[in-house]
Design a protein around this ligand. Structure first.
Ligand SMILES: Cc1cc2nc3c(=O)[nH]c(=O)nc-3n(C[C@H](O)[C@H](O)[C@H](O)COP(=O)(O)OP(=O)(O)OC[C@H]3O[C@@H](n4cnc5c(N)ncnc54)[C@H](O)[C@@H]3O)c2cc1C
Ligand code: SF4
Length: 480
């Protein structure tokens, strides 16, 4: 097992992400040794480990006079591509095996996508619902509807008790990795003091159990809600464990289905949860493999602005963004709507270079791996792929954020004001974005309503929006 990560890497991961991955690896190595395996483990700070995967692999091949390599296909396109050359480079046979932790192989996704004019998650999800038989009544969905998305958009009423986020006390192994990361990567983004992620399968299973018991029953209702000071609400916070392999997506879904059958969680909650994993997660992976390597240079809007400094410092007067980025710094986590409708929406409206945005999301989240992060960022949040992932940009003004959260009551801007010093920046940036991209977007039927409103807008107001947006974008965003 190799802890390979170079200090010079372009992606400077959140300190907690590094601790999570290295500590989970060390615990896993220990578990293997406990049941009698011999494990050759190259730690990050071991003499001679310069963080290069290929050099360490070569050393291991020589160390053991290896006569063949069996490897699971990499989830990362670059590494996967490099793997194709290993046999020739190393001069020994190589067997690349499929990663069986997914519901849909790359080949099945490619076959599903072939000849389709558009790829829509909903149809892909229905195909997998039929294939798994989950929440199905013969050929029909249980309850008569495939998707209860419309019922997943409630705001959290006052007086609702929110479940506690299950955290885990770092043990001696994790403590030593915390010290290592503190020592070797002191200037990476994030705080280490609040580390509380599970690093063993046993603890990840305990986190799953907690989610099913305390969060799942209300998961569906409040999926899109945001609340001041609340990092996880009813979300599962399981993505780092699923992506790392501490939990399998199948067992997570099966636990939710069991809760439905037992009557402890309702259909809208369980369908909403299954859709995220069976639908969105698998769909994003399929898009990644179908569209790479060209996908990484997607830039439909030709956006070029640098990433503002506050994405790293959280120092901004915009309360919503401050909350999301600060949570990210403390925990290496932000829930989906914070990622999509706050940091993502702001980057979209401001025309920030997709490469910089992509690098930010890959760096700051504990669950970030390119295969899932990139389609979410370039496709879902930025619409940089021109509509491969989504049928329209997730662009929204302050009114959306006000409706779904209590941030605006605590902000120095006012979401009801459209122009002027007190105006919420999301308001004028929203209309400015629509104006700047009118040629690209106005024929999209799903954008017809905002463009009708824009068409009725007096010329003077349009000019004021442009001027204020320009001023804001040039003055309020020191480059990060
Ligand atoms: C800009 C942006 C970047 C993102 N980057 C990542 C990333 O690097 N890694 C990652 O795993 N997710 C990413 N997501 C998707 C989603 O935001 C996270 O999976 C989710 O917030 C993780 O928190 P949770 O476990 O509490 O999720 P829950 O809300 O509890 O959802 C349950 C599970 O469904 C899956 N899921 C939900 N939405 C998605 C989605 N859109 N794509 C893939 N899986 C999904 C996850 O496995 C998650 O654990 C990103 C979303 C956006 C908008
Ligand atoms: S007023 Fe605007 S900037 Fe402030 S919290 Fe609300 S949406 Fe965010």
């Amino acid at each position: 097992m190799l802890e390979v990560y170079q200090r010079t890497s372009r992606v400077r991961y959140h300190q907690q992400k590094l601790v999570l991955v290295f500590s989970a690896m060390r615990h896993f190595a220990q578990e293997l040794r406990d049941v009698g395996y011999r494990v050759d483990y190259v730690a990050q700070d071991q003499a001679g480990n310069n963080g290069s995967f290929h050099q360490e692999l070569l050393k291991a091949v020589n160390r053991y006079a290896v006569d063949r390599i069996i490897v699971t296909e990499s989830s990362n396109w670059n590494l996967w591509r490099q793997m194709q050359g290993w046999q020739q480079k190393l001069g020994i046979p190589l067997e690349i095996r499929e990663d069986t932790r997914f519901f849909c192989s790359r080949e099945i996704f490619a076959a599903w996508a072939k000849d389709r004019k558009e790829l829509r998650m909903e149809y892909f999800y229905r195909m997998l619902r039929r294939k798994t038989g989950w929440l199905m009544d013969g050929e029909l969905p249980v309850g008569g509807q495939w998707n209860y998305d419309r019922e997943n958009r409630k705001t959290i009423p006052k007086g609702v008790t929110l479940p506690a986020w299950r955290r885990f006390q770092p043990d001696a192994i994790t403590q030593s990795v915390i010290e290592l990361v503190r020592d070797r990567f002191p200037d990476h983004f994030g705080e280490l003091g609040s580390f509380g992620w599970a690093v063993t399968r046993q603890d990840a299973l305990a986190a799953l159990e907690d989610f099913i018991h305390y969060n799942l029953p209300s998961f569906g209702d409040y999926q899109d809600a945001m609340q001041l000071g609340e990092d996880s609400l009813f979300h599962s916070t399981l993505s780092p464990y699923i992506n790392l392999g501490l939990l399998s997506p199948r067992e997570v879904c099966e636990a939710a289905l069991l809760a439905y059958r037992d009557g402890t969680a309702g259909l809208t909650a369980v369908e909403g949860f299954i859709r995220q994993i069976l639908g969105w997660r698998e769909f994003m992976r399929g898009v990644y493999w179908l569209k790479m390597p060209g996908y990484r240079s997607s830039n439909y809007f030709q956006a070029t602005r640098p990433l503002p400094d506050f994405y790293w410092s959280a120092e901004t007067e915009m309360r919503c963004l401050h909350e999301a980025i600060n949570a990210t710094r403390r925990t290496a986590y932000a829930h989906h709507i914070q990622r999509l409708m706050l940091t993502g929406n702001f980057a979209l409206l401001s025309g920030i270079d997709p490469v910089a945005v992509d690098n930010w999301y890959l760096s700051v989240y504990a669950d970030a791996y390119e295969w899932v992060e990139m389609p979410n960022t370039l496709g879902m949040a930025l619409y940089a792929d021109g509509g491969v992932v989504g049928s329209k940009p997730y662009a929204a003004s302050g009114a959306y954020i006000q409706r779904m959260s209590d941030y605006c009551q605590n902000c120095s801007y006012d979401p009801k004001i459209k122009l002027g010093e007190q105006a919420c920046p999301f308001n004028y940036l929203y209309w400015n974005f629509l104006m700047e991209n009118e040629e690209r977007l106005k024929s999209n039927p799903r954008m017809a309503m905002p463009y009708r409103t824009l068409a009725r807008m007096p010329e003077k107001q349009r000019e004021q929006i442009k001027t204020q947006s320009q001023f804001f974008l040039e003055n309020n965003q020191k480059e990060g």
